[in-house]
Design a protein around this ligand. Structure first.
Ligand code: FES
Length: 98
């Protein structure tokens, strides 16, 4: 039996109330640019319910959640999606904490 490999997906909060004000659109554009040569879906999304940690990014498979993402983190986020690695310093482990 072969395991079906899921196409990596990256969601960036660009439609919530807080992340867009903190640069969510720029982060999304930077991740889209970094992912352009790879088979990765990068989409702006509605609020991901981690507003205090914005800009917020979720990487699947694995639903790894990253907060306070900067444009300069775009390549690392794409690498995380490609290789299934965890970015410890950006990881968000709990919801709605200050
Ligand atoms: S506004 Fe971005 S997670 Fe809520």
């Amino acid at each position: 039996m072969t395991e079906k490999q899921e196409r990596p997906k990256i969601f960036v909060c660009t439609k919530g109330k807080k992340c867009p004000k903190k640069g969510g659109e720029d982060v999304c554009a930077a991740i889209q640019a970094a992912a352009a040569k790879h088979d990765i879906s990068v989409k702006g999304s509605k609020c991901l319910d981690l507003c205090k940690k914005g800009p917020v990014v979720v990487v699947s498979p694995g639903k790894r959640r990253y907060g306070r993402v900067k444009v300069s983190d775009a390549q690392a986020i794409v690498d995380s999606a490609l290789h299934g690695t965890e970015l410890g310093d950006l990881a968000v482990t709990s919801k709605k904490k200050k």
